[in-house]
Write a protein that binds this ligand. Structure first.
Ligand code: KG4
Ligand code: ZN
Length: 357
């Protein structure tokens, strides 16, 4: 007897995410219910270098994918035959890392005889809010703020995302990670800055808020990075010149105030542009997602700024903000229910593919 195809609402999708330094696999039912979410972090592999080494990332994905996919299926209690599709991140990201994930996804789709769905990583971050019980009112504004991107999308539907603004230079997370590295903090810098800033004074140093007064909805963070470096070099009690490989050893109090002031500049810049975009496009709901959306101060200050402006601000849970595969499987559901599958000739792209979803 042939098995009846599941109703779209119940479709089970295996998501695979390898765009950067997390190898992740997850099973999501009906685009919302996360049955499993397995992640192999490569933080320990990249930490000695103070940042992601693309070559190492690709090799680690190769090692991690089989056990991570097995874990995702086992945790969900799902067999390959139960799956309606296999979804892979195809752009944007590190080319070698994407190649490993997309090749693996293609092999699974072919071997198991299930359709393949390609997912844009940034769209998946913007749609991560659908995982769980929340129902964001469409259209909404999504701020995707991560290590690689700082982008504002108008989300008119899960299949219709339009860029309203993006960074002209560094991503917010990249700026945070580089400043943290300069300050001699552990990699990745975001959680470290978050932790240190909690005990510091955010008004201690007034750092630049890039493009704050410009009408554009674009961001700029490279000037802020330079401002922190110049501030530290200017006030440092070190003897002689400091090269950027050295760690300035600041007293604990000063380090906390610096972290809090720097974080405040990032948070204020993100809030300013996001609220400007919401007002300019008449959007009453804002969704903030991506790794930097795990930041405690951003969550608190964006929420209260939204309340003051009559805008509803939603954040996915912290574990769904940083890279994961549940968001890939969730985003893929919207494509799979319209049968928007990819061929096995799918090619990943390091840059943002237009019209991927
Ligand atoms: O989305 P994600 O996991 O990977 C990319 O697609 O880039 O984002 C990683 C970024 C890193 O820059 C990391 O330092 C930052 O998110 N991050 C944070 C926090 N947790 C992660 N930034 C600020 N505060 C945090 N708590
Ligand atoms: Zn990401």
């Amino acid at each position: 007897m042939t098995k009846a195809a599941p109703a779209p609402r119940e479709m089970l999708i295996l998501g695979i995410e390898t765009s950067c330094d997390e190898t992740a696999a997850a099973v999501v039912a009906g685009g919302r219910r996360v049955l499993s979410s397995a992640i192999a972090s490569q933080v320990a592999d990249h930490r000695p270098y103070g940042g992601v080494v693309p070559e190492i990332a690709g090799r680690k994905h190769l090692e991690n994918l089989v056990p991570i996919v097995q874990a995702a299926l086992a945790d969900a209690g799902v067999q390959p035959a139960d799956l309606a599709a296999v979804a892979v991140t195809s752009s944007p990201g590190l080319m070698g890392a994407l190649l490993v994930g997309t090749s693996f996804g293609k092999a699974l789709a072919m071997g198991w005889g299930v359709p393949l769905v390609e997912v844009n990583h940034l769209h998946a971050h913007a749609l991560a809010i659908y995982l769980g019980d929340r129902r964001p009112r469409l259209p909404y504004l999504a701020l995707v703020v991560s290590g690689g991107h700082t982008t504002l999308f108008q989300v008119s539907s899960a299949l219709d995302l339009r860029i309203l603004g993006e960074t002209r230079d560094d991503a917010a997370g990249e700026c945070i990670d580089k400043v943290a590295k300069f300050l001699g903090l552990d990699y990745p810098g975001g959680p470290e800055i978050d932790r240190l800033a909690a005990g510091g004074n955010p008004s201690a140093v007034r750092f630049t808020r890039g493009l704050a007064h410009a009408a554009t909805l674009d961001f700029s963070f490279s000037g802020l990075k330079t401002a922190v470096v110049n501030h530290v070099l200017g006030t440092s009690r070190l003897n002689g010149p400091l090269n950027h490989q050295q760690t300035p050893s600041l007293p604990e109090r000063e380090l906390r105030d610096l972290a809090a002031s720097f974080q405040e500049a990032i948070v204020d810049t993100l809030i300013g542009k996001t609220l400007r975009a919401a007002r300019a496009h008449g959007l009453a709901t804002v969704v903030v997602s991506g790794g930097v959306a795990a930041n405690g101060r951003l969550r608190e200050k964006m929420t209260s700024a939204g309340e003051g402006a009559g805008i509803r601000v939603l954040f996915p849970g912290r574990e769904l903000c940083t890279d994961n595969a549940a968001m890939i499987a969730g985003a893929a559901w919207h494509l799979a229910r319209k049968k928007r599958y990819s061929g096995l000739d799918l090619r990943p792209s390091a840059r943002m593919k237009t019209g991927a979803c």
